[in-house]
Design a protein around this ligand. Structure first.
Ligand code: ADP
Ligand code: MG
Length: 230
């Protein structure tokens, strides 16, 4: 694993949808080997940033420079709109994703156990509950041991066990010095998991805090101060 202290350099990234500017000239040095959180109101550009970062979307301008030794291709992700086959099982969907990423299908076994999805592994994906689908989605992000893993609102629909398993998964990935980026509105969970938090507003990062200096109350205060004030 690449040594800590290195950064992914994000410079002047912009993205528009018609007349709507979703990202405005965003620049940030993203630390490697850390858990980085994105917080900000709905529509502030978090998902757009993560899709540009992961290479799913091309930014209109700007660049994202990965340091030597860190492959841009080694990114796992969990977005709200996963492209799963509804009539196929979670297992088959995970097999197909593993195949696409060029990773060993044997690695699916370990991933399945982490989010405890084994009880509905062979049902049709469409027959699962929202939370069960989300657990499969989270599982898909870690297939093939990517160096960077993106979780966009991973807690949506999860039950308490899901919250705990997800937090433990993040801890495991962090102990392996992977770079983890999480977007979530759950400040309490973000406080437990993140090393750094980026504050998104109107398509830009308006502040960046190290969580060593913040308690849960402080993160809420910070949100109120920076993101709720007009
Ligand atoms: P967040 O994830 O912070 O809630 P998004 O990145 O989803 O915000 O959205 C940022 C802005 O870009 C919003 O105004 C949203 O309406 C717009 N947007 C996002 N995706 C699209 C799209 N595919 N087409 C048009 N507008 C979009
Ligand atoms: Mg979003």
């Amino acid at each position: 694993m690449i040594s800590c202290g290195k950064k992914i350099e994000i410079t002047g990234v912009s993205k528009t949808f018609g007349k709507k500017t979703a990202l405005r000239n965003l620049s940030y040095d993203l630390p490697i080997g850390k858990v980085v959180g994105l917080i900000g109101p709905n529509g502030s550009g978090k998902t757009t940033f993560l899709k540009c970062f992961s290479g799913i979307w091309e930014p209109d301008r700007g660049e994202i420079q990965f340091p030597d030794g860190l492959e841009k291709t080694s990114i796992g992700f969990c977005f709200e709109d996963p492209a799963f086959y509804n009539s196929r099982s979670p297992y088959r969907n995970l097999e197909l994703i593993a195949e696409l990423r060029g990773c060993d299908p044997g690695s699916i076994g370990d991933a399945i156990l982490e989010m405890k999805i084994e009880n509905y592994l062979y049902k049709a994906f469409k027959s699962l509950s929202h939370g069960q689908k989300q657990k499969v989605n989270i599982t898909s992000a870690v297939l093939g041991h990517p160096s960077i893993i993106i979780f966009d609102e991973p807690n949506n629909g999860l039950d308490p066990e899901g919250f705990i398993l997800f937090r433990e998964l993040v801890e495991r990935l962090k102990s392996e010095e992977r770079t983890i980026i999480i977007s979530s509105h759950l400040l309490f969970e973000m406080d437990k998991m993140c090393d750094h938090v980026m504050l998104f507003k109107n398509g830009d990062i308006i502040d960046d805090v190290s969580m060593d200096d913040f308690s849960k109350r402080d993160l809420e205060s910070l949100y109120k101060e920076k993101l709720m004030a007009e």
